[in-house]
Design a protein around this ligand. Structure first.
Ligand code: GDP
Ligand code: MN
Length: 386
């Protein structure tokens, strides 16, 4: 789950990580009220959406006077902000963060992330932060240091020295950093983060670090132990189909391809996605209805896949174990009759009562494509969306 910049900064404050003074606003009047409570101008108005690159899209504006704030907040609130990360459809801006502008000092890059390959928490730090960080990462990756922290050992002084070594900090400025990094690391671990990024981390005129931006992503699988963080969910930013699947207790992740996939069991789901790829097509989603799924779950899953306009064909691959094939087949028939399907439907089924299941499908009078096995399914998937 991603959270907004203003929410991440709320968490930063709790951990004594320095952030600019400010507050969030949903209307122009609220924005003016926040501004009136701050020591003075210049301020910065920032669109709150779950995507970066806002500066490039015009979603971050410096304002020098109250009247200018009124205009800029008015322009940003309600705009559809398009950034390099939102895709061409953009995101509707419902809130802005109004805060004290940082004096433009040096802009550094700092992030922590879970790195599955090395089973560690990686700290990344770069001297050239700001809006060109992607370019730096692409053309001069050596300018960004990567330090692996073994989560069982935790953050050690040598990690901190290593992370800071390339930042060109003066010995005086260095003094504040161990505490800052320790606080960030604690915030990261205690809240089960997947990503915590500060870009830019500004070194102010006084030489102190200030988190001018804040991006955070929390691990959905750990949210059950963070009741306090659930309030940060913004359903407007969620994919509507993913939100619905969450309510239905289905493991569904939307992807960019056009073959809808419904499977029972995560392993079979991965195998199914592999054969789709191998056939030269791409899955539109991951969907695991669960090993012990009922016909009702199958119907719900089907409804979600059918709700994705990018889906040009649906591949159902079920192994009948706890869920018997005849029950499954009845569920599919009921779902197809209820939802209607506008796209080809390919079914591969194996396991308990498979013959009865196949009979039910054959008798249903629906336009279904059946596959005998995985290899056959692969060939037919390719045909289906060709
Ligand atoms: P992003 O584009 O979504 O990553 O949004 P940021 O919060 O990083 O803002 C984009 C850019 O605007 C930053 O890289 C800074 O260069 C600039 N910026 C943002 N806030 C301030 C501020 O308070 N003072 C100054 N001088 N620049 C800022
Ligand atoms: Mn940024």
């Amino acid at each position: 789950m991603k959270i907004h910049e203003y929410q991440a900064k709320e968490l930063f404050r709790r951990y004594a990580i320095p952030v600019p003074e400010g507050g969030v606003a949903a209307t122009i009047d609220e924005a003016l009220a926040v501004a009136d409570g701050l020591p003075g101008y210049p301020l910065v108005v920032k669109a709150q959406i779950h995507a970066g690159g806002r500066g490039r899209g015009g979603g971050v504006q410096l304002v020098a006077r109250r009247e200018e704030l009124r205009q800029r907040a008015g322009a940003i609130l309600g705009m559809t902000l398009i950034t390099p990360q939102t895709g061409p459809e953009g995101r509707l801006v419902r809130r802005v963060l109004v805060e004290q502008a940082a004096d433009s000092g040096r802009e550094l890059y700092l992030s922590l992330l879970v790195d599955r390959d090395s089973a560690s928490i990686v700290i990344m730090a770069g001297a050239a932060g700001g809006m060109d960080i992607e370019k730096t990462a692409a053309i001069a990756p050596e300018k960004i240091s990567r330090v692996q922290v073994n989560p069982l050992q935790g953050l050690q002084p040598h990690h901190i020295r290593q992370a800071l070594s390339g930042l060109g900090l003066t010995p005086d400025a260095m003094k504040q950093w161990p505490a800052l990094l320790a606080a960030l690391y604690r915030l990261f671990v205690e809240n089960d983060c997947l990503l915590l990024e500060i870009n830019p981390l500004v070194i102010t005129g006084a030489g102190s670090p200030l988190a001018v931006d804040a991006k955070m992503e929390l691990d959905d699988n750990a949210l059950f132990r963070h009741a306090d963080l659930l309030q940060y969910r913004d359903i407007h930013e969620d994919d509507p189909l993913e939100a619905r699947a969450r309510e239905d207790n289905l493991k569904y992740i939307r992807l960019s391809g056009n073959v809808g996939v419904m499977v029972n069991g995560a392993g079979l789901a991965m195998a199914s996605m592999d054969i789709i790829k191998k056939a030269g097509a791409a899955p539109a989603n991951f969907l695991d209805v669960g090993g012990g799924a009922s016909a009702e779950m199958v119907e719900k899953g089907f409804a979600i896949i059918s709700g994705d306009p990018h889906v040009k064909g649906i591949f159902i691959n079920i192994f009948g174990g706890i869920l018997r094939c005849d029950v499954l087949a009845s569920g599919i028939v009921a779902a197809v009759k209820r939802c209607g399907v506008a796209v080809p439907l390919l079914i591969r089924m194996e396991g308990t009562n498979v013959e009865q299941g196949r009979q039910i499908l054959a008798d249903a009078g629906l336009q279904l494509i059946t596959a005998a096995d995985m290899a056959d399914a692969a060939a037919k998937v390719a045909e289906m969306v060709a």
